[in-house]
Design a protein around this ligand. Structure first.
Ligand code: HEM
Length: 503
């Protein structure tokens, strides 16, 4: 107990009997959305409470005002990330992505370097890349939609879009054809490895992060044939390093031949002195860029399902595009349509793909009201709860793009990209990428729901999750009908953009 300056020890406050024991806690969460349960608990215990995950104390922030107080008002104390046994000791003890690195000099350098490459000004320069990826996405849909007569499974096209965004930004390379996702061994490897790594990153699973005894029990069980094969996690970490090595070698060859495209790793290869990053630090940046694809794909998928089930909002967006008079413009894709911008922000808030952001840790003592939060405490920012905080967002459970129109100074923080000193470094480029693809989709297709599918089953943000305990909120279904609005016009547009990109 620390009563200095009227402060009380943080430990021991706001822990309700329901959530005191690990067993009761696990029971409360099993099969449920962790973020939603925390949101509900915050109505009983207040916006900031602590829970015990095994031996680990976690502080959960559930309101926009509390997030502002702690993550902005005391940002220096909340800049770190925790180290978890599974990810940091088993999968990869050598190198971590930025999003899972504690705050130290190396992390500052890596974050600064990638944030500079992806900041608002640089993002404007990526417009042609985003336009190309959005157009390639349309091309995939057009080739396979059969004029809307079939229910199209669009999963692999959203995957190609998401991977291309990360690959282009980091390595200046891209997947030319969505068939490559299964036919090209390197890409198939990237997809499998990234899915494996996200499993080890999950906060609700991987119990040996929180219960040290399991670190000894699990290997014995796996030798006896229960659970995971021995060494599987470490092997996945090694495969991740290996595929990045291949991508980096391919980029080096292109730099030597002078055929490389502008990208983060290429800029460093050409001017190693300017970045002053070690090979390990460069690899860390690459791991971080690929991890970003995990969130871009479900964001796009939710948007398509949402538009399919909400024809009036889709029509409103289409009218806004038509009224802006940009459909025939050569600059289509680079132009701003405020309603589609607002729609993009609202989709991000409404579905909040990373609902507990990425786990944070205190890097110094902090205060919440009369309580002291000690150094090195794990912190979850419940972005899902903050985005539905009635004190910050009016009528928060309704979908309303209009809330993002008008004077932006009065808008609430959106929370989809987190908050504070460790907010997503790619928020501008990701917002613009999603905006560009939504703009293209709505302008060129009418999207309809699969026959007989209810909107609750397809896009309820809590009921329609593929894996309710997963870290990234991903929809269960990836099907819709796509009817081209003007097939000939779209074919011309695609040809024009793809040809221009080849010049
Ligand atoms: C719609 C797409 C995306 C969403 C919703 C998203 C969301 C987030 C969130 C919630 C965080 C944690 C922020 C916090 O803890 O406060 C984060 C961190 C991060 N994101 Fe994204 N992200 C997206 C795309 C991307 C992409 C495409 C990249 C890379 C090209 C990327 C790179 C990063 C990095 C490096 C971090 C770690 C920052 C740090 O720890 O300092 N993200 N992202």
């Amino acid at each position: 107990m620390n009563s200095q300056d009227g402060m009380h020890a943080f430990r021991g406050f706001l822990v309700h009997e329901d959530i005191q024991s690990w067993a009761a806690y696990s029971r409360s969460l099993r099969g449920k959305s962790q973020a939603e349960i925390y949101r509900q608990w915050s109505q009983r215990y207040g916006p900031v409470f602590q829970v015990s995950l095994g031996n680990t104390t976690v502080v959960v922030i559930n309101s926009a005002a509390a997030a502002k107080n702690l993550l902005i008002g005391q940002s220096a104390a909340f800049n770190s990330r925790p180290e978890f046994y599974v990810l940091h000791k088993v999968v990869s003890s050598q190198v971590s992505s930025i999003g899972t690195s504690p705050w130290d000099e190396s992390c500052k350098k890596r974050r600064k370097s990638s944030a500079t490459a992806l900041n608002r000004v640089r993002t404007e320069g990526y417009a042609p890349i985003l336009k190309l990826e959005a157009t390639e996405f349309l091309k995939d849909i057009l080739e396979h939609c059969e004029n809307g007569s079939i229910d199209l499974d669009f999963r692999q096209y959203t995957r190609r879009f998401a991977l291309n965004l990360s690959l282009t930004l980091n390595y200046g390379t891209r997947i030319a054809d969505s068939k490559d996702l299964t036919g090209n061994p390197l890409l198939a490897e990237i997809i499998e490895v990234e899915a494996g790594i996200s499993h080890y990153r999950q906060t609700a699973r991987n119990l040996s992060n929180y219960i040290p005894l399991l670190r000894y029990v699990n290997p014995v069980l796996s030798k006896l044939g229960f659970g995971e094969t021995p060494g599987a996690a470490a092997a996945m970490g090694a495969r991740r390093v290996a595929y990045h090595d291949v991508l980096l070698r391919q980029l080096k060859a292109r730099v030597d031949e002078g055929t490389d495209l502008p990208c983060i790793q290429g800029a460093v290869l050409k001017d190693p002195e300017s970045a002053k990053l070690t090979e390990k630090e460069l690899l860390s940046i690459s791991l971080s860029m690929m991890a970003g694809a995990d969130t871009s794909q479900p964001s796009l998928a939710w948007a398509i399902l949402f538009l399919a089930h909400n024809p009036e909002i889709q029509q409103k967006a289409f009218e806004a595009i038509r009224e802006a008079g940009i459909l025939e413009s050569k600059d289509f894709g680079n132009l701003r349509v405020p309603y589609v911008q607002a729609l993009t922000k609202e989709l991000g808030r409404y579905f909040t793909v990373l609902r507990l952001a990425l786990p944070k840790a205190t890097s110094g003592p902090a205060k919440w009201q009369n309580y002291e939060i000690p150094d090195n405490t794990v912190v979850f920012l419940n972005s899902w709860a903050c985005g539905r905080d009635p004190d910050e967002v009016q009528d928060a459970w309704s979908f309303s793009p209009e809330r993002w129109l008008g004077n932006s100074e009065k808008h609430p923080h959106q929370f989809a990209f987190g908050y504070g000193g460790r907010m997503c470094v790619a928020s501008h480029v990701s917002h613009n990428a999603l905006y560009t693809v939504y703009l293209h989709l709505i302008a060129h297709f009418q999207i309809c729901a699969v026959e007989g599918e209810t909107s609750k089953a397809a896009l309820d943000p809590l009921e329609a999750l593929a894996d309710v305990e997963g870290t990234a909120a991903t929809p269960r279904t990836f099907r819709a009908k796509f009817i081209p609005r003007d097939r000939a016009m779209l074919q011309d547009y695609i040809l024009d953009v793809v040809e221009t990109s080849r010049r």
